[in-house]
Structures are given as C-alpha cells and as structure tokens.
Design a protein around this ligand. Sequence first.
Ligand code: COA
Ligand code: AMP
Length: 633
Amino acid sequence: MSEQNYLSVYQAAMTDPKAFWGDAAQGIDWSKPWDTVLDDSQAPLYRWFAGAELNTCYNALDRHVEQGRGEQAALIYDSPVTDSKKTYSYSELRDTVARFAGLLRDLGVGKGDRVIVYMPMVAEAVIAMLACARLGAVHSVVFGGFAANELATRIDDAKPAVIVSASCGIEVKRVVQYKPLLDEAVATATHKPAHCVILQRPQAQATMIDGRDVDWQSAQARATPTECVPVAATDPLYILYTSGTTGQPKGIVRDNGGHAVALHWSMKNIYDIDVGDVYWAASDVGWVVGHSYIVYGPLLKGCTTLVYEGKPVGTPDPGAFWRVIQEHQVKVLFTAPTAFRAIKKEDPDGSYLKNYDVSCLKSLFLAGERCDPDTLYWAQDKLGIPVVDHWWQTETGWSIAANCMGIEVLPIKAGSPTCAVPGYNVQILDEQGDEMPSGEMGNISIKLPLPPGCLPTLWGNEARYRQAYLSRYEGYYLTGDAGYKDEDGYLWIMSRIDDVINVAGHRLSTGGMEEVLANHPDVAECAVIGVEDKLKGQLPLGLIVLKAGVERDHADITQELVKLVRAQIGPVAAFKNAVIVKRLPKTRSGKILRGTMAKMADSQPYKTPATIDDPNILTEINTDLKSIGYAKK
Ligand code: COA
Ligand code: AMP
C-alpha cells in the first residue's frame, strides 16, 4: 500500500517544484545532466531541465532492452477491421524503429527537421513517430479523418522534409484512400516535401509519384539501423496541431525532457501502472491522447501498449472492447466517454460483457470531453471498478485534474474530474483576475509555471502563444475552459469560453467551419454552434443567411454546405446539420450571439443580452431551430 496521500504530494510539488520534478526526473536516462531544473530567466516563458540532453526514443525502447526486457511485448497491434494482429517485443520494436530511422536519415531527415505523419491506426504510425524521435527530428501527426485542405495547412506551417503516409485507412468497412488526399494536399500547399514514404496496405494500392514517393517496405529493407541522436531537453519532440478560434490551427510544441519526465511520472502516480503492465488507450495517434498514452507514456514506463484499429461498436459488435481487454490482459483502459455512450446505446444491459473475463481491468480512465454522470455510473456498474474522469488538453499533454490512483484514491464525484494533479496550481478567476469563491463559475487558469510536459510555445508563433494563453491574466495560463472549484477542492469543467466544440471527444473549431461555409457563393453570413448530442456529446449546427436574391432550393444549398465542410475539413467534423435563417442575432457592436443560440437550441435557460441589437431576431431563430428538431422546450 502506498504511504502517500494526495495532499502531501500536491503540497510538495507546490512548495518546491524544482526538487519535486528533479526527483521525478530520476526515472529518465539522460546523456547530459541539466544545469537547472527550471529555467525561469525568460518568464513568463519557462524551460524545464535546461542544459540537459537525452533521447526520447532511447528512453522508450533501447533502455528497456539494455535492462534485459527485450523479450517483453512492447506493442500489440490489434485490427478487427483487417482481421490481423501482431506483437512487437521491445527488441523487435527497437530494431524496426532504428531501421526506419535509417530510411528517414537516407532521405535527408536530420535533427530538427520536421516529418508529417498522416497514417491510420497501424503499428507503423508509432514506428514512424519513434523513428523521428530517434533522429532528433520533429514529428507532426495529422489525424486521418482530416481532409486534404487541413493537411495542406499543416504542411505549410510545419514545412516537413518528408511526409510518411499509407495507401489507406479502414473505417469499419469503408476503405478510405489516403494517397489521393495526400497528393491533393501537397499540390495545394506552397511548401513541397522532398519525399513521401508510403506504406502500401493490401486493401488499396497507392499510385506512386516517381522521384518523390518511396515505398516503405522495400526502402526499409535496404536501410541500415541508426543509433539515437542526443537532443537538448528543451528541443521539440513534436508539433501537434489543435483547433483554436480560427481556421488556422495552433501548432502545439512538446519538448523532449519535460515531456519524458511528466509522462513517466504520470504512469505510476495517475494510472497506477507498473513496468510490464498492459495499458490501452483506445484513441488515435492523431490526437494528444494517442501521442501521450498510446505511444510515449506506456513505452517510457516499459509497459505493453496497444494499437487498436477498430471502433467500440460495429467491429464487430459492442463486445469489441471486452474482447481486447480479455485477450491482451489490459490493466488500464483509457478512452473518451463517447466510446462508452456508443457501447451503452447498443448494449444497454451490458450483455456482451458477460461473454468475457475482464477481471484483469483495474480502472477505466475517461477524458477528451465532459463525462456525463449517466455514462460514468453505467461503466462503474457494469465493470465494478473505479471509473476516473480526468481533464486535460492538447496543450498540457497530460492531465491537469485527475483522481491520482497511484497516490491516493479520492472519493469520486460524478461530473467532476476530481482535483488538480500535483504540479498544477489551478485557480478560478473572475473578469478582473481575482479568485472566485468556491462554487462560483469563472475562467479556469493555471498559475505559471506550468509543470513539465506542457507546451513551451506554439510552433513558429510565440506571439500567438503569448496572446492566446498568457495575456488574459498576468502570471497565469488561460485554459479556455470555464468552471468552478467546490468546497472540497474538486474541479467542475463546464464549458469552453471560446469557439471550440467537442464532437465525439474530437476538438473542433466552429470558427474554422464558418470560414468554409462563408466561401459558398450563396452565403452572406453564418454562425456555427455546438448543440447537444446524446452519442457524440456535441454536434456542429450551421445557421446560414443567404445573399439577397438567392432563390435556390434551401435543401440543395444545405446539402452543398455539408459536402463542402466534409471536403475542406474532413468527415471528423461531423457537420451534417444546417438551417437557413433570415438574420442572425447580434450585439449592437456586431458580435453574433452564438452562446445564446446554443443555449436556445439545447432548450436551456438563457438571458436575452442587454446589448442585443434586435430582440425579435431571437424569436425568429427559435422558430427556425424548432423546425429542425431543436429548441423543443
Ligand atoms: N480516417 C478517415 N475517416 C475517419 C477517421 C480516419 N482516421 N476517423 C473517423 N473518420 C470518419 C468516420 O468514418 C465518420 O465518417 P462518416 O461521417 O462517413 O460516418 C466521421 O469521420 C466521424 O467519425 P467518428 O467521430 O469516429 O464517428 P463514428 O460515427 O464513426 O463513430 C464513435 C462514433 C463514438 C464510435 C467514435 O467516435 C469513437 O469511438 N469515439 C471515441 C474514442 C475516440 O477516439 N476519442 C478521441 C479522443 S480520446
Ligand atoms: P483536446 O485538446 O482535444 O484534448 O481537448 C481539450 C478540451 O476538451 C478541454 O479544454 C475541455 O474543453 C475538454 N475536455 C477534455 N477532457 C475533459 C474532461 N474530463 N471534462 C470536461 N472537459 C474536458
């Protein structure tokens, strides 16, 4: 039994962060020690473990082999959609990664160069990421559900030397051809990568472009393995683009040193996971959950990680997760509440669960969106284990609030991700920057410095980093979430303060969708709001004002708009609903009242803002929303 208690560990991290994280850093192998644990000389910009050198891939693979655990399973690929499975031991994974790193090096990739990875959920996606880390190159994984245009935006921002991709992904039974999307993206982008490495999958054969495209299998067979290249702790490991208020995504930068320390620490302290345990994050490597807990966290700790190419339902049935847990002896499962809502919808009584022995599963962690109490109770009731909602963001890379199962199990309050994780000084601030009394809503902010692992800046855009996160309250990081702290110090994350919505645990920008809709020739102006959805948590809904004189059929126009968002942003946006309205409600200064419309659509109480230009428009909108099944009460 652990002698620790949450409060004392939390206090230790607050009182002397340098000693606390310096101690945690003993879990990582460094090729050069740090000059200082925390460099605060450029505050409010901070750097962890300045002066130190390490290699993240060495810490994730080689050291485990050197410590005699080469035969242990490092990665299990389980793909119900292709009916295939493969296990890589630590030795095999290290050798495969070293060889793929050799291939990238032969294509000219070196320390600091960027490599975009646009891949489905196959083991090769993880291999490509680790190979970049091995070379000191910076990977940027782009989620497969994004369209060519989104990929092009990321190519122009990251300017990759090489792109690694595959011929296709498989969405249940639909084969999604990736190569045409990649070719279109490269054609659209101003920056052109020198090479694209393509994994040919049996389900689709990609057409190769001579001189540019390289076949993964044959080039890998010719490549020679490379050693790990030491990098500065403060050098970037990866860039991960995430949605902000506009269509231009933010390139979240992750460093090497702080990231390795934080993730390694989190495995035991938050997830109660030890070396050799099987840890499964049922997410996608295209999201931060995939980066941190499919790839880096479990491998840094020396666990077995799972790459699952399938869905919670339909591949083949709602027993899919239970089958994987039993078969691979999973100790901890991490997924989004949506996945459990999908299972619950198809198998409300949990009858599929009875066909499997899942006694190996010790806890279930949920994140990515607010976990509704119904889903939490259902999972708790069916599985009979702790169900832990925890709150974090792409920016932080690991959880800000959680019930730290490896420190002390605190009572669970459904709807709250429990308390701030050691290292995070979370405060609820009012408009003036004063702390709110407990129970009162405000802007959730974190007092600087952020702990190791959190973003040090935005890729190539420090000004946007300062403006978006550090300028609202001096000395604080603005999370973008609103909520409150209760009298026991539990956090309650209630809503976003910006135009970001969360669809099936995927973070999307309504501003980005509006930019696409506004390009349609018939659209005068538009607003996209997030409306409640029983399965996906939220769905986007477009409210469209047509240009004067447009007399076309409204259904035709809305269908075109749906297709446009799918083609420009991607199927992941799940934009399927739009309604034509006469006018949009605005304040006298011209700001569209998106929040008011969202509350109205969800039949929640709302106040008519005092600054509204014309209150009659709200009545019109109410009627329009009712006509498509919203604003029912
Ligand atoms: N490549 C191409 N298309 C993709 C894709 C990929 N990697 N991932 C998703 N898509 C497509 C889907 O096929 C779907 O297309 P459709 O509109 O033609 O049906 C669309 O994007 C939306 O995908 P998704 O959000 O996954 O919805 P779904 O209806 O296919 O499945 C769930 C619903 C709940 C089963 C699924 O969202 C899920 O498992 N979510 C929880 C787990 C998770 O990954 N969370 C992420 C953060 S932890
Ligand atoms: P992402 O960057 O995609 O991980 O999305 C981060 C955002 O998702 C957060 O800022 C929250 O708005 C939301 N979110 C993530 N986890 C939770 C949670 N456990 N509870 C409430 N909201 C969450």
